[in-house]
Design a protein around this ligand. Structure first.
Ligand code: NAI
Ligand SMILES: Nc1nc(O)c(N)c(N[C@@H]2O[C@H](COP(=O)(O)O)[C@@H](O)[C@H]2O)n1
Length: 221
């Protein structure tokens, strides 16, 4: 069994999620950040790859105090669980994601065992796989500990692997009113191309702020 897995990501019109510096680019408008905050609040866990942690140093917390309050009223923690996929435990000890604002799970492999003790002082460490984190096992584990809605916020490398494993149920993509360009700028799905393109079904499409918010169901064949 696995959680319902959905991606939420902000893209430029040319499909880029950052520029060639790989630093965080503000693509979403105010309305979209509010939408993302609600989505976070209604998720049980939020997952990112270590590339995103090293580039953006995200906190992955719910920003709106009222939404955190509503979670507590519903018997949940203030913030969803944060999950980092990090094969070699490269996560910096001062990463915001390791602060005490939310429970954090760092998923690693047998290649990441050297730093386990250090990280375990700040987060739960789980080991699935030898070279890359086994995402299927990780998702099964998350389901076992009660995660039913898993929000994946990127980046493109992690999303590619999850798609190959047929783990993603839905994409929520906000297209901001900009072109970023750059052959080496990260995209929504990076890494190797698919021999047979992954097919999607459009669920909805709406103007939001200055951009477009789209939802897509993944159709695996
Ligand atoms: N615009 C947006 O909404 C967002 C943009 N970004 C951008 O994306 C970029 C980071 O993306 P990436 O470099 O692609 O890194 P990523 O966040 O996808 O992490 C990939 C890394 O995770 C590790 N990993 C472990 N097991 C893995 C597995 N089974 N499959 C895949 N990866 C595995 C590997 O070290 C791999 O290099 C940054 O520039 C960031 O700003 C990231 C999130 C959202
Ligand atoms: N929704 C959205 N729009 C953008 O324009 C973005 N650049 C991102 N980036 C994602 O948000 C994370 C930062 O989260 P915190 O504000 O630190 O909680 C970042 O790591 C990306 O995953 N998202």
């Amino acid at each position: 069994m696995k959680p319902f897995v959905f991606v939420n990501i902000a893209s430029s019109i040319d499909g880029k999620i950052s520029d060639e510096s790989r630093k965080q680019v503000r693509i979403s408008c105010r309305e979209d950040f509010q939408r993302v905050d609600r989505l976070r609040a209604f998720s049980d866990a939020i997952m990112v790859g270590i590339g995103t942690v090293l580039s953006d140093d995200p906190s992955l917390t719910v920003k709106d105090e009222r939404l955190r309050y509503e979670r507590v009223q519903a018997g949940k923690d203030e913030n969803p669980i944060r999950v980092v996929v990090d094969s070699r435990l490269r996560i910096p000890l001062n990463a915001k994601i390791l602060d005490d604002r939310a429970r954090t799970i760092v998923a690693t492999t047998e290649k990441g065992l050297e730093r386990v003790k250090l990280i375990e002082e700040r987060a739960e460490v789980v080991v699935f796989g030898r070279e890359k984190v086994d995402l299927r096992l990780l998702c099964e584990y998350l389901y076992k500990i009660g995660v039913r809605r898993l929000m994946v916020e990127g980046g493109g490398t992690l999303i590619n692997s999850l798609l190959r494993e047929k783990m993603i149920d839905e994409f929520n993509i906000y297209y901001g009113n900009m072109i970023i360009g750059g052959r080496n700028s990260p995209t929504v799905v990076d890494g190797e191309s698919f021999a047979d393109p992954v097919r999607l079904e459009l669920i909805s499409c709406q103007k939001l702020g200055e951009g477009i918010f789209t939802r897509w169901r993944v159709v695996y064949r």
